[in-house]
Design a binder for this molecule. Structure first.
Ligand code: UT7
Length: 329
């Protein structure tokens, strides 16, 4: 089924921010914790270090505040906060509620859990809310995977880290930035990667790898078809940062060279819901994205879930509501 947006009321990203905990664990540090080595991890995954520590709400508030500051939006005008996370701080309530309080927002707030696809799921959901009348949404992706990772298991302990990335999404005149999207889930494959409540991540690495390459390429293709664009039109892919070989193999399938992808996993590891917004912020901060260019967001993860979106970078599109300075009371 084509996923082509039909709403006349679109949205654009007007600010972004990130947060990474200070504590870094290098591959060399891991050598004393499990039977592995730096050369193997770099060659098989592309990762050299990851960040650990912090809480999901704390990192989210830091990234969210940075995104709000960057956009210049008055926090009082945010009408929804969506937090993508697979590691909420508590089972109840949603960590989004804690973040809302920390940022002093008055708005709806909820968590989305679609594992490593979560932030793209949240971004698509936010566009839907804007089509229904919302005006300004804070979309955050955060995970603190160190709390569910066994750092004596070399199968999983080399991969995961903590982080957060956020964007401010505002209603825009006309169709806005999102040209097409795809959300997928293959529940039959959920046993390939899971953590029981109170447990740690358990993973069939090769099976996840095999499925991930196909899922990413299929989901990206569906999003591009719904946007009416082809791989050659895409200026930059912003993929989930799981393993450089997964990114490379899925881009091969799509016919997109690896140098057209934003890669941060060497310094962050796999940060699940945070990885796509971290890679987006990195590309924006390095001025790798010009107005009018097409971006392809593509995520996959436990579930097994996948999510993609094609976005035309258009920071200067007219906003639905003109910004005005807060009135003095
Ligand atoms: O968001 C989604 C999260 N999950 C993923 O992205 C995981 C996807 N899968 C992967 O990234 C890869 O499967 C891994 C990185 C987990 C493993 O890489 P691989 O190339 O699939 O390795 P393998 O399991 O096929 O193992 C190859 C060899 C084996 O040794 P032998 O049997 O050839 O002698 C393993 O015992 O590498 C050995 N090995 C290691 N050696 C050093 C496996 N893990 C390690 C390790 N350090 N950490």
């Amino acid at each position: 089924m084509p996923r082509t947006p039909t709403a006349a009321r679109g949205a654009i990203i007007t600010g972004w921010g990130t947060a990474l905990p200070d504590k870094v664990v290098t591959n060399v540090d891991l050598e004393s914790m499990m039977d592995t080595n730096d050369a193997w991890i770099r060659e098989r995954t592309g990762i050299t270090q990851r960040h650990v520590g912090g809480t999901t709400a704390g990192l989210s508030a830091e990234a969210g505040r940075a995104a709000l500051d960057h956009s210049g939006v008055d926090p009082a005008t945010i009408d929804t906060l969506i937090l993508a996370t697979t590691t909420p701080d508590r089972t109840v309530p949603a960590s989004a509620s804690t973040v809302q309080e920390a940022l002093g927002l008055s708005c709806g707030a909820f968590d989305v859990n679609a594992a490593c696809s979560g932030w793209v799921y949240a971004l698509v959901t936010a566009h839907g809310l804007i089509a229904m009348g919302a005006e300004k949404i804070l979309v955050i992706g955060t995970d603190t995977l160190d709390r569910i990772t066994d750092y004596t298991d070399r199968n999983t302990g080399i991969l995961f880290g903590n982080g957060s990335g956020a964007v401010v999404l505002e209603a825009a005149e006309g169709a806005g930035q999102m040209l097409g999207w795809d959300l997928d889930s293959v529940g039959a494959a959920e046993s390939a990667l899971f953590a029981e409540v109170g447990g740690v991540l358990e993973m069939e690495g090769r099976e996840v790898f095999r499925r991930a390459v196909r899922l990413m390429a299929d989901s990206a293709t569906k999003a591009m078809e719904s946007a009416g664009v082809v791989a050659d039109d895409i200026s930059l892919v912003v993929p989930h940062q799981a393993n450089i070989r997964i990114i490379s193999a899925s881009l091969d399938r799509l016919g997109i060279p690896l140098d057209r992808a934003s890669i941060v996993l060497d310094s962050t590891g796999n940060t699940s819901s945070a990885s796509v917004p971290l890679a987006l912020a990195d590309a924006l901060d390095k001025n790798r994205i010009a107005d009018g260019e097409l971006l392809l967001f593509v995520g996959f993860g436990a579930g097994m879930s996948a999510a993609s979106a094609v976005v035309r970078w258009s920071p200067d599109a007219p906003l639905f509501t003109a910004r005005s300075a807060p009135e003095a009371s």
